[in-house]
Design a protein around this ligand. Structure first.
Ligand code: FPP
Length: 243
């Protein structure tokens, strides 16, 4: 496959979403504990953010912790939370310095108090930035997001602020966690798995899906460029005919 250099990416997709998968297998293949895979996964997050900045992607959304990840052994959940905490403490100043706007989606009620504070701090500090918008999904699950949106819509109808006939797709989307973010143009999942795993189910309706064998800790700018290259080769029709 011919790989374009970054100067040829004038029309990079506006929004790239990534299911970061394969940390455990990366560690297992090296006889290392799963934590080592997650740590290298956090380094790959830096690579992905940098690459998106360089390629002028507008929005990057990362699935860091799903609502189903609580089912993992408590020690692994603790490790993942500690990594998130560490990432938020260590990276936010640099992200801010690079004009990155950081946002979070998901249900943050069950998260530890200090993580909630770090999330709020990161969002406030970077709110006015105009470069890449980095959205990190923590305790996120699409079913829960859509259900919460339905409840808010139902309450709006109940208190008279919403007319049932006025509830269009655009109106409904305002109640999703991603209200002010355009839908992903491209979804990448690493590690060879071909599932959406309850990630952005509403928002991915017309996205191009690219599944790559690379394990997340090995993800490079070249992987992103290849995915974008493949994305450009796809014929996006949004249900219409191509000719
Ligand atoms: C999937 O690998 C990955 C996760 C469940 C967590 C993703 C977390 C990170 C990349 C690190 C922290 C994130 C940030 C934003 C700092 P897996 O454990 O399911 O791998 P496996 O399928 O090979 O076991």
């Amino acid at each position: 496959m011919q790989v374009l250099d970054s100067k040829q990416f004038a029309a990079a997709p506006t929004h790239v979403a990534i299911i970061m998968d394969g940390n455990g297998r990366w560690a297992k293949a090296r006889g290392l504990p799963r934590l080592a895979g997650h740590q290298r996964g956090a380094e790959a997050v830096r690579v992905a953010v940098e690459s998106c900045r360089e390629l002028e992607v507008g929005y990057l959304t990362l699935y860091a912790f799903s609502s189903e990840n609580w089912k993992r052994p408590p020690s692994e959940v603790d490790d993942l939370m500690a990594l998130l905490r560490h990432y938020l403490r260590r990276e936010i100043s640099e992200l801010h310095g690079n004009n990155v706007r950081v946002r979070f989606i998901g249900d943050h009620v069950p998260l530890a108090g200090d993580i909630k504070s770090l999330i709020a701090e990161a969002e406030t500090k970077t709110a006015a930035n105009t470069g890449l918008t980095l959205t990190i999904a923590i305790n996120y699950g699409s079913h829960n997001e859509i259900l919460s949106a339905c409840k808010k819509v139902a309450k709006g109808v109940e208190d008279g602020s919403l007319e049932p006939d006025s509830i269009t797709e655009e109106v409904f989307e305002r109640f999703l966690d991603t209200a002010d973010i355009p839908p992903p143009d491209l979804l990448i999942r690493t590690s060879g798995e071909q599932r959406l795993s309850n990630f952005l189910l509403w928002q991915l309706a017309y996205s191009e899906l690219i599944f790559m064998d690379t394990l997340w800790p090995d993800f490079t700018k070249r992987n992103l460029e290849e995915a974008i290259n493949e994305f450009h080769g796809r014929d996006r029709r949004y249900g219409a005919r191509s000719g």
